[in-house]
Design a protein around this ligand. Sequence first.
Ligand SMILES: Cc1cc2nc3c(=O)[nH]c(=O)nc-3n(C[C@H](O)[C@H](O)[C@H](O)COP(=O)(O)O)c2cc1C
Length: 358
Amino acid sequence: MYKQIIRPLLFCLSAENAHKLIIGALRLVGCIPGTNWLMEKICSIKHPALEREVFGVKFKNPIGIAAGLDKNAEVYNEFSALGYGFVEVGTITPKGQPGNPRPRLFRLPKDKAIINRMGFNNHGMQNAIENLHKRRKGVVVGANIGKNSLTPIEEAPSDYLKLFRNLYQYVDYFVVNVSCPNVAKVTSLQNKQSVTEILEPLFEFRRGQSQYRPILLKISPDLDDASVDDMTDVMIETPLDGIVATNTTTSRAGLTTSAKSIEAIGNGGLSGAPLTKRAVEVVRRVHTRCQGRYPIIGVGGVMTVEDAKAMLDAGASLVQVYSGMIYNGPAFVRQICKQLIADHEAAKATATTEQKAE
Ligand SMILES: Cc1cc2nc3c(=O)[nH]c(=O)nc-3n(C[C@H](O)[C@H](O)[C@H](O)COP(=O)(O)O)c2cc1C
């Protein structure tokens, strides 16, 4: 029904208005008492084969919503009720900010892709905290944090610390976002020294807390291999708990959408199908370098059940979707989970047969 009816209707609207409509509709649904419970009963698939424990947090399944969909932590309960195993809210900045001028969000249906230059538009930390008070039991939420656009790059560490301290008690894990191509100079922070300067104060604050909150670093698919290795080494050498790979790409390679249309869109991060190969490559590289000893959240171009499996096979402990949800609809998580259960059952059956044969 999504692909035949809802998606064509949504695609009649501008991409940003469609996004607003989805968030608004989910908020409305969430306001009706009992709806989340009912949605959970209808949509969620529960199975021991789907359950994961990653960086000390329990997940009902490994498929989550990537940062950028629920920027203001407004509808994470609803996404969870729709069956998603976790929701990464944000990017949240200390102060609310409007982001870049519109239009700033574009669909590329021929490529099953999206280009965005939203620029960390969000209502700010205090608003997110108010919304996070409404968390339903068992809903896993991560906070993706970033600097305000107007904060000079040298002062970035203080923005990240402010967010970390204030949001600490409200979320299950943190993602330090230094890989957004749409905020001036943010991606330049992806070097060992700048990342360490941001992370060290967070580690120090965490040492004084009674509860542990895992910290992950979100990296760009545009890093060269040496820089991916550098970021992995930061994880190995410091108390960083994991890596989220990857954010959107500035590359436009291999698109079938006309060059003229691409040029008319202009700058921005590309997500969706054109990103699949590189995102899986980065996940595999991180996994190999850290010898599989650290958790990775795989994100980027997960458009099919097979893409999700490829991410897991490459070494991801958890997988996130954004563009895949826009193109496939909210039930995408169910399709992936059903296949993961079927694969598990098949592997179990094979193992039993082999045992009997011995
Ligand atoms: C419209 C849009 C907004 C996004 N906003 C954020 C953001 O605020 N913070 C962030 O870390 N990633 C953001 N992302 C990147 C996604 O979290 C994800 O890393 C990327 O889209 C690749 O996954 P996908 O191919 O499944 O979309 C955004 C992506 C899109 C399409």
